[in-house]
Design a protein around this ligand. Structure first.
Ligand code: PMP
Length: 418
C-alpha cells in the first residue's frame, strides 16, 4: 500500500472536511477554531466567497497561461493592483510560486545587480527549505543539517533576541549592530556583500519582532556600502502585523520586498518587488519557471487584495491583535511558565520556560496538543520548539478571539496538570 512519506511531520491529527472563515470542520465532525491559518496563509479566512468566486471564474477562462509563453490578464491586473500597496520605488515585480522560490529569486537578483557574492542573514531567521533558502535559514538545525553542502557565501549575524540574551532591547540592538560591523570587517567585506536578508518579524524562528532601530541600522549600512536590503515579508506581510508590510514600523525602506503566503489566501503565488533599474541589471530569462504567476492564483490574489481593502482588514488585524495581546498577557499573569508574550498585530506568541527559566519545549508541545482537544488549532515555533504562535485570519472577529483565548486558557490548565 502506498502511504504518505514519514518525513512529513504533522502538528495535529485533524483531517479536514471543509472550512469557512476562522473555522475548520474535520471528517470526525468536530469544529476547530483555526489560529494557524495554514502557517499564516489564509489571510481572508478560509474560502472567502469573493476569493472563491474569482478563482472559479478564472478556472473557466484559462488555468495555466505559462507566463514566459503567453501573458495573461490576471497577472497584469495583479501587478497594477500591487502598486496600491508597494512603496513607489519598488515598481517592478517578478512572480514565482512559493516563499522559498521568491527568496531564491531575491538572492539571485541581489547578486546579479551588485556583482557581489555574499549574503548576510540574521540568527533565528527562516527563509525556506529549498537548498539556497535553507542556507539562509538559522531557525533550527533541522532545516539545514543532513544534506550538506548547502549554498556557500552566506554569513549569519546576531539578531537582537533580547529575551534570550536576558538583556533589554536597546542593549541587544547595540550588540547586534556592533557584531554586524565586525562581521563586515572580519569575514564578509562590504565589497563582497550583495545583500542583507531579514524578516520584519522572525516567524518560524520564534515570533520576534525586528526592532525598528535595528532595521534602520541595516538600512544605514546598506546605503553606505551599496548593499541590497531584502525584506522577507512572506509571513509578516499583507496586513498581518496591523500594517500592510511588517517593515513599516520602522523608517527603513527596503530595496526588495518578498511576499507569498497571505497574498492569495491559500493559492500558491509569490513575488519579489524591486526598483526597475535593479531588475534591469539581471538579464531577461535569468529568472522564470513553469508555474510562476499562475492565472487562478493571480485572480485569487487580486480578490484577496480587494477584500483586505474593502473590509479594512489591516485595521482589523491591528485592533483584534491588541485584543489578542491583552488576553495573552492576562493568561501569562496566571500561568508562570509563560516567560514572554510578544508579537505584533495578529502575529502573537507565548514563550514557555521551566521554573529555572530555561526553554520548556515539553510544555509548549502539551499546550499545542491540549488545544486541539479544546477545538483550537495552534502551531509551535522557535529553534527549541518552546514558543506557541497564534496566527488567526485577518478577518477574525471579537467573539472568535475571545473564544480562542478561553480555549487556550483551558488548554494551558490541561497541559500544566499532565
Ligand atoms: N520566508 C518566511 C519568512 C517564511 O515564513 C516562509 C515559510 N514559513 C518562507 C520564507 C518559505 O515559504 P514557502 O514555505 O512557501 O517556501
Amino acid at each position: 500500500m502506498t502511504t504518505l512519506s514519514p518525513l512529513l511531520k504533522q502538528a495535529t491529527p485533524v483531517v479536514v472536511d471543509h472550512a469557512l472563515g476562522s473555522w475548520i470542520w474535520g471528517i470526525d465532525g468536530e469544529r476547530y477554531l483555526d489560529f494557524t491559518t495554514g502557517i499564516g496563509v489564509t489571510s481572508t479566512g478560509h474560502c472567502h466567497p469573493r476569493v472563491v468566486a474569482a478563482a472559479r471564474e478564472q478556472t473557466g477562462l484559462i488555468i495555466h497561461a505559462q507566463y514566459t509563453t503567453v501573458m495573461h490578464q490576471p497577472l497584469l491586473r495583479l501587478t497594477a493592483k500591487l502598486e496600491e500597496v508597494l512603496p513607489a520605488r519598488l515598481d517592478s515585480v517578478f512572480y514565482a510560486n512559493s516563499g522559498s522560490e521568491a527568496v531564491e529569486a531575491s538572492i539571485r537578483l541581489a547578486r546579479m545587480a551588485t556583482g557581489r557574492p555574499n549574503i548576510i542573514a540574521f540568527h533565528g531567521g527562516f527563509h525556506g527549505r529549498t537548498v539556497a533558502a535553507a542556507s539562509l535559514t538559522s531557525a533550527g538545525t533541522k532545516f539545514r543539517s543532513g544534506f550538506s553542502p548547502i549554498m556557500s557565501g552566506v554569513y549569519i549575524a546576531p539578531f537582537p533576541y533580547a529575551f534570550r540574551y536576558g538583556w533589554d532591547v536597546a542593549t541587544a540592538i547595540d550588540f547586534s549592530l556592533k557584531e554586524l560591523d565586525y562581521l563586515l570587517t572580519t569575514i564578509s567585506s562590504p565589497e563582497d556583500t550583495a545583500g542583507f536578508i531579514i524578516e520584519p518579524v522572525l516567524g518560524d524562528g520564534g515570533y520576534l519582532p525586528t526592532p525598528p532601530r535595528f532595521l534602520e541600522g541595516l538600512r544605514e549600512r546598506a546605503d553606505h556600502y551599496g548593499i541590497v536590503l531584502i525584506l522577507d515579508e512572506v509571513q509578516a506581510g499583507v496586513g498581518r502585523t496591523g500594517k500592510f508590510w511588517g517593515y513599516q514600523f520602522s523608517s527603513a525602506d527596503p530595496d526588495i520586498i518578498i511576499t507569498a503566503k497571505g497574498l492569495a489566501s491559500g493559492f500558491p503565488i509569490s513575488a519579489i518587488a524591486a526598483p526597475r533599474d535593479m531588475m534591469s541589471k539581471a538579464w531577461p530569462g535569468s529568472q522564470g519557471g513553469t508555474y510562476g504567476g499562475n492565472a487562478v492564483a493571480a485572480a485569487a490574489a487580486i480578490a484577496t487584495l480587494e477584500v483586505i481593502r474593502d473590509e479594512h482588514l489591516v485595521e482589523n488585524a491591528r485592533i483584534r491583535g491588541m485584543q489578542l495581546r491583552e488576553g495573552l498577557e492576562k493568561l501569562s499573569s496566571s500561568h508562570p511558565h509563560i516567560g514572554d508574550v510578544r508579537g505584533v498585530g495578529l502575529m502573537q506568541a507565548l514563550e514557555f520556560v521551566t521554573e529555572a527559566g530555561d526553554p520548556n519545549q515539553s510544555l509548549a508541545n502539551a499546550v499545542q496538543r491540549s488545544a486541539v482537544d479544546q477545538g483550537l488549532l495552534l502551531l509551535a515555533c522557535g529553534a527549541l520548539g518552546n514558543v506557541i504562535r497564534v496566527i488567526p485570519p485577518l478577518t477574525v472577529s471579537y467573539d472568535e478571539i475571545s473564544s480562542g483565548l478561553k480555549k487556550l486558557d483551558a488548554a494551558l490548565a490541561m497541559a500544566e496538570n499532565v
